[in-house]
Design a protein. Structure first.
Length: 391
């Protein structure tokens, strides 16, 4: 068992969305929840200690900006991505999805078009459509066992009303970590058509061996000025409920505009978020290294299990994130039937592929951030259901 990682095998009764909302969401009892992207792993011990200290202080008033958190973020971005950022560029926010929503409202008008690259994280659809903007879909291309961007189709979509490219980087759910040459092609298109880039980089720290995350804003000076980067320690260190996130906005005019819009919404940061952010970025690197070793081992275990026992189910090898995109097409089941089969016979709850877009019709998204024992139990239940169906 891991030295740094502390697992909780069953989180029922802890007001956990992942564990306590599964029956209400999926309509199935006693299923193993492998859906929403949080971990069955405690946050790093230094983060827990920092939060205890904040609790013991006993006063939970309005928080002020934290120079220590600024410094910790700057050091983290420089050490991990060779990205030197002035702390003046930071805007602390209460979550990535609310931040993207604020950005779309601040920098576009109703009826303007926003490009997404599907299949993609499903709240992307809502933050566009529910704000009265129009979605343009640039579907990713499946090339053998991996996904690529379709640059020709991307450029063909753009009209005079297209204002934003909303980028998932690393990509959720397909697990791609976009490479330098891919980002440079995107940068060329965005410069040519004067598109604003909103880059969701919340999974940036969650990389498999040999992978490197490159913030798209670090590609060149033009991209630095046209990109709004969304980052957070929350996905990396399992802190989603603390609502710790921040935007990096290099262009001072865009930064002022976004700050003014956020102020108009009267939203504010969580008093615990900056303490957690500082502790995670200062003291969490060893924990993160151990986490990704464990996640990678979990992936290899799942891949091998499917190959040996359920060969018609084929995972797409991820380059980053702790989420696994799994292809069920060879089962030949309609997506609704497959969903019912997984929930009521295999007794496992995944994120159902179609919620990420029609390109996800044959897919499910599986969360690997749990103990190997939990995965083994889920896979055994799937195998029993698989064998019973006679696949």
């Amino acid at each position: 068992m891991s030295k740094k990682l502390e697992f909780i095998e069953d989180r029922r009764g802890t007001d956990s969305m992942k564990w306590d909302m599964t029956e209400a969401r999926f309509g199935a009892k006693d299923v193993i929840p492998l859906w929403v992207a949080d971990m069955d792993i405690k946050a790093p011990r230094p983060v827990i200690d920092a939060l205890k200290e904040k609790v013991e202080h006993g006063i939970f008033g309005y928080p002020a900006p934290s120079v220590k958190a600024d410094e910790a973020i700057c050091t983290w971005l420089l050490n991990r991505y060779s990205w030197e950022v002035n702390p003046e560029s930071f805007i602390y926010t209460s979550g990535i999805v609310p931040t993207i929503s604020h950005m779309i409202q601040a920098f576009t008008e109703p009826g303007d078009e926003v490009i997404i690259q599907t299949p993609v994280y499903y709240p992307f659809y809502d933050v566009i459509e529910k704000n009265g903007r129009v979605i343009l879909k640039n579907s990713l291309k499946r090339v053998e066992d991996q996904y690529e961007m379709d640059y020709d189709h991307l450029e063909s979509l753009i009209t005079e009303k297209t204002k934003v490219l909303l980028l998932s980087h690393p990509h959720n759910p397909v697990g791609r970590v976009w490479k330098q040459e891919e980002l440079e092609k995107v940068a060329q298109i965005c410069k040519k058509h004067d598109l604003l880039v909103i880059s969701d980089e919340i999974h940036a720290d969650l990389l498999f061996d040999g992978q490197k995350h490159i913030p798209i804003a670090s590609i060149n000076e033009d991209m630095a000025m046209r990109t709004l980067t969304c980052l957070a320690p929350s996905k990396t260190f399992n802190l989603a409920g603390i609502q710790a996130s921040y935007a990096v906005v290099i262009d001072p005019n865009k930064r002022l505009k976004l700050k003014q819009f956020i102020q108009s919404t009267f939203s504010s940061i969580n008093i615990f978020s900056q303490a957690a952010t500082e502790a995670a970025y200062r003291h969490g690197e060893e924990w993160l290294s151990e986490l990704m070793d464990y996640i990678q081992q979990n992936y290899e275990f799942v891949e091998q299990y499917f190959k040996e026992h359920m060969p018609k189910i084929k995972p797409i090898k991820p380059e980053g994130t702790y989420l696994l995109w799994i292809d069920f097409e060879e089962l030949g089941m309609p997506e609704k039937e497959r969903n019912e089969w997984l929930l009521h016979e295999a007794k496992v709850a995944f994120n159902h592929g179609p919620i990420f877009g029609p390109e996800g019709e044959h897919f499910e998204r599986m969360n690997l951030a749990c103990s190997k024992d939990t995965l083994a139990k889920a896979l055994k239940q799937m195998k029993q259901a698989y064998d019973k169906k006679g696949f």
